[in-house]
Design a protein around this ligand. Structure first.
Ligand code: NAP
Ligand code: MG
Length: 401
């Protein structure tokens, strides 16, 4: 059988621990037998990041900017415990944070829905996708511990030296302070990425903040979304038969719980952080959640939403067979290859990605699955190891050819 040819490469970023093992198995079992893979390989595993003082991460980010499509394995974010475990020179920042900053992106997280694994919320029939603004707010805030009485003020010094001061609070005793920011350019990018994604997936778009309380900060987000919609996307949305609406974050959550799903909810950084874990768990497992970082100029980075599954890796090192779920990592590969196929006009590559995802869904629907979802499955489930699961997916794909 001829393998599917590619024109441009995908940027391949290897990772750590159990997901690094799965990464290689997925390539060997599900990709390389069928695709004449063109990839630019960057080893983002912790030892190589440490050895290169993180240069490899910056190089990978530049390569995504150049080639437009990346696929990433989960990676360890170093902490003091990892420093000892891996005998590291330093504590480097999270690769995901570095890539997000480089691509100025928005992260979209969508659950993979399978019959028999019912959402905890019984009225949800279709996926709920979360878009998270990946810049600023509390993640880049400056904090201060107030030790005793005094006046806190917000001071802005313009380039020409003009100062604007606003009193924050007159402390009578000890307390805490926090200052956060965002900037218009990043919010415009966020808004455009959301409208673009909703359009390409034909999903209704909801955007929610707390502008009634935050009359300048959150209100700016609301105004920018509105402006971008009216000026750039309204006609395209109407033509596609989808709608955009803004509502308060508390109202949005109250509506979600009674909805049927099937929409994109855009949120600020913190709201998206906490909501994406909640939504993914309610749909099943972290390993059944896709994640893609989209930059305003149309660069894409696909990954799984979960981490390196450390506990399973330690069991694997002891020689035990693990039942770690490779689905989100497979979807990172199929997502990246599908996008590459769309950009390079390669229908066979697009079809490969569609067919491989269909094989994953068929395999699970036939009752063969890993432990994390077997526990949730409404029916007779056969729990298999990761290796057996990948073999079953390959067989289902080949049987369908
Ligand atoms: P994790 O790797 O997501 O795993 C947490 C738990 O979730 C696992 O112990 C496992 O539960 C379950 N789980 C997650 N993925 C699974 C899968 N594919 N199959 C089956 N079960 C799965 O999170 P963590 O243990 O908090 O973090 C481990 C490392 O990952 C850390 O070093 C962290 O820095 C890194 N991390 C990386 C990323 C990323 O690169 N995107 C994201 C998050 C965390 P059971 O043990 O109950 O089976
Ligand atoms: Mg989180």
């Amino acid at each position: 059988m001829d393998r599917i040819k590619m024109i441009n490469p995908v940027v391949e970023m290897d990772g750590d621990e159990m997901t690094r093992i799965l990464w290689q198995d997925i390539k060997d079992q599900l990709i390389l037998p069928f695709v004449d893979l063109k990839s630019l390989y960057f080893d983002l595993g912790l030892p190589e990041r440490d050895r290169t003082d993180d240069q490899v991460t910056y190089d990978a980010a530049e390569a995504i900017k150049k080639y437009g499509v990346g696929v990433k394995c989960a990676t360890i974010t170093a902490n003091t415990q990892r420093k000892e475990e891996y005998n590291l020179k330093q504590l480097l920042p999270s690769p995901n944070a570095t890539l997000r900053a480089a691509l100025d992106g928005t992260v979209f997280r969508a659950p993979i829905v399978v019959n028999g694994i019912d959402p905890s919320v019984s009225c949800w029939k279709r996926p709920i996708v979360i878009a998270r603004h990946a810049y600023g707010d509390v993640y880049t805030a400056v904090e201060h511990r107030v030790e005793g009485p005094g006046l806190a003020e917000l001071v802005f010094t313009a380039e020409d030296g003009t100062e604007t001061r606003k009193p924050i609070f007159r402390f009578e005793g000890p307390g805490i302070l926090q200052a956060m920011h965002n900037h218009d350019a990043s919010i415009y990018s966020f808004a455009r990425a959301c409208f673009q994604y909703a359009l390409s997936e034909k999903l209704e778009l909801w955007f929610a903040t707390k502008d009634t309380i935050s009359k300048i900060y959150d209100h700016r987000f609301k105004d920018i979304f509105n402006e971008v919609y009216e000026n750039e996307f309204k006609e395209q949305f109407e033509a596609a038969g989808i709608t955009y609406f803004y509502t308060l974050i508390d109202d949005a959550l109250a509506r979600i719980i009674r909805s049927e799903g099937g929409f994109l909810l855009a949120t600020k950084n913190y709201d998206g952080d906490i909501l994406s874990d909640l939504i993914s768990r309610a749909f099943g497992s972290l390993a059944m959640m896709t994640s893609v970082l989209v930059s305003p100029d149309g660069k894409y980075e696909y990954e799984a939403a979960h981490g390196t599954v450390t506990k399973h890796y330690y069991r694997y090192l002891k020689g035990e067979k693990t039942s770690s779920n490779p689905v989100a990592t497979i979807y990172a590969w199929t997502g990246g290859l599908r996008k590459r196929g769309e950009l390079d006009n390669l229908p066979d590559l697009v079809k490969f990605a569609d067919d491989m995802e269909a094989a994953v869904i068929r395999t699970i629907s036939s009752g063969i699955m890993t432990g994390d979802i077997a526990a949730l499955y409404d029916g007779e489930a056969t729990q298999v190891t990761s290796t057996e699961f990948l073999a079953a997916i390959r067989k289902s794909y080949e049987d369908n050819l």
